[in-house]
Design a protein around this ligand. Structure first.
Ligand code: ARG
Length: 490
């Protein structure tokens, strides 16, 4: 019996012992109730129920095919497991902490349903290889969901970029106006980051896609199982070669969290920009009512809660990454109960990543509107074309450093007079250097300085047009090829 307060399990099913029958008869006393709660993972690992059933079904089928149990017994075990799936769908499978974890909960219910036949399911396996299998199956599906969420987010960015292929925005370094750029170019930079995220997750997925089932507790099993059969039935690409490694490897969880952390880093950086852009000071975007929230006190407020929450939630995922690394670093081979701590981290990391991607996709789909008139005014009203004055001289054979110094002095003079470079008459330009001609005004107009940045990967409209076309190709509906797979024109 698990605890004093726990009623004995039905003797008809023969379930006795700790964890409501999961452990052997060496235990005489029940667990202290507080320790039973402390030890139990059912409160969160019930999340793995579908994967646990899938793994058990594959295991039962394999036991039947290998002659460890009869095919009929395997059929009945599988029927029982499917019945538990139906009970769960109907909300009728609600294990309590007496069951300890999802694996015992399923086994216990199977024994209730099938009697002693149910006790054959766990032949040739352990919860150690079972939980590793469940976790990998679960994470593999979630990585696929995150891939889809990334695609939606990228498509939302692309739609905005396409709508703003001709819109200019100040480009910044040190958050100081630097040079005008094309707004599409700015948004495409985030698509590049998301493409790396997709590629990283695809890489992680390859190492999630390895089956530990059949490693048993740590050393393999004398039961004549066929690991390849279960791995294939569960759609795994390969099997762990070493049983100790199989039950104690959580590298894939760390790798996933590192990849998810970078997703969140990217979303958080974009969030910060959106928050700035939405401020009165920048005024580059207006938030629509779909994603903005109000203040309980200040009637005029419209707050960017969505990007703020994304920025804030990123910390959770980084925390899980450090938590996992710390949890694993001192563990001797093979399984240790510390591993139970991987689940809540993974569940929350996946949830946070999916939620944030969805929220940011919606924000770019319908939560914000760029304000081209404000952007236009911003790029017209500063000295961010100063480099282009220097480049104008460079094109007329003036050494760059000399040109740079000349323009620096010119900017100083303009600042003192309270005018901009475009306000200078031709005589002033020519006093500065005889190479200046009447075309200087046209050459430093913001649209022209952007157009002129034709270097590969630059913000010139032609370059950006090519990048947009490539992104369209990569993100075309149904396409999941990453930029790496599509390759870049060299
Ligand atoms: N709940 C456990 C976990 O999450 C399952 C494996 C338990 N194995 C064991 N030897 N106690 O890791």
């Amino acid at each position: 019996m698990a605890a004093e307060s726990t009623p004995p399990s039905p003797s008809s099913s023969g379930v006795t012992g700790g964890a409501a029958g999961g452990w052997s008869d060496r235990f005489e006393q029940g667990l202290h109730p507080a320790i039973e709660r402390f030890n139990a993972s059912i409160g969160f690992d019930i999340t793995l129920l579908q994967e646990d059933l899938d793994g058990s079904i594959a295991h039962a089928r394999m036991l039947g095919r290998c002659g460890v149990i009869t095919e009929q017994e395997a059929d009945r075990l599988i029927e029982g497991l499917e019945m538990i799936r139906q009970e769960a769908a109907a909300g009728a499978f609600q294990p309590t902490i007496e069951a300890e974890d999802v694996h015992f909960a399923v086994e216990r219910r199977l024994i209730e349903l099938l009697g002693s036949l149910g006790k054959k399911l766990h032949t040739g396996r352990s919860r150690n290889d079972q939980v590793g299998t469940d976790l990998r199956l679960w994470l593999r599906r979630r990585i696929d969901a995150i891939e889809q969420a990334l695609l939606r987010f990228e498509r939302a960015l692309l739609a905005q970029a396409e709508a703003h292929a001709d819109t200019l925005i100040p480009g910044y370094t040190h958050l100081q106006r630097a040079q005008p750029i094309c707004l599409a170019h700015h948004l495409l930079a985030y698509i590049e980051m998301a493409e790396r995220d997709r590629s990283r997750l695809a890489d992680v997925r390859r190492r999630v896609d390895i089956c530990p089932l059949g490693a048993a507790a740590l050393a393999g099993t004398p039961v004549p199982i066929d690991r390849r059969q279960t791995a294939e039935a569960l759609g795994f690409a390969s099997l762990y070669a070493n049983s100790l490694d199989a039950v104690s490897d959580r590298d894939f969880a760390v790798e996933f969290m590192a990849a998810a952390s970078l997703v969140l880093v990217h979303l958080s950086r974009l969030s910060e920009e959106v928050i700035l852009w939405a401020s009165e000071e920048f005024g580059f975007i207006a938030l629509t009512d779909r994603c903005a929230t109000g203040s309980s006190l200040m009637p005029q407020k419209k707050n960017p809660d969505v990007p703020e929450l994304v920025r804030g939630k990123s910390g959770r995922v980084f925390g899980h990454l450090i938590g996992l690394l710390t949890m694993i670093k001192g563990l001797p081979l093979a399984y240790n109960k510390d591993f139970q701590e991987d689940k809540e981290a993974l569940f929350d990391g996946v949830r946070t990543c999916l939620d944030c991607l969805e929220a940011m996709a919606i924000l770019f789909e319908e939560g914000l509107v760029f304000r081209p008139e404000r952007l236009e005014r911003a790029v017209e009203s500063d000295f961010s074309n100063a480099t282009d004055v220097a480049d104008y001289l460079v094109a007329r054979d003036v050494p760059f450093r000399e040109a740079y110094q000349l323009v620096g002095g010119l900017v100083k003079g303009c600042l003192q007079e309270g005018i901009l470079l475009r306000d200078l008459p031709l005589e002033r330009w020519q006093q500065l250097h005889p190479a200046f001609e009447a075309d200087i005004h046209a050459a430093i107009a913001p649209r022209q300085v952007v157009r002129a940045r034709r270097s590969e990967g630059g913000t010139g409209f032609e370059q950006v047009g090519q990048q947009l076309a490539l992104a369209r190709l990569r993100l075309g509906q149904g396409s999941s090829a990453t930029s790496e797979q599509c390759g870049r024109a060299v």
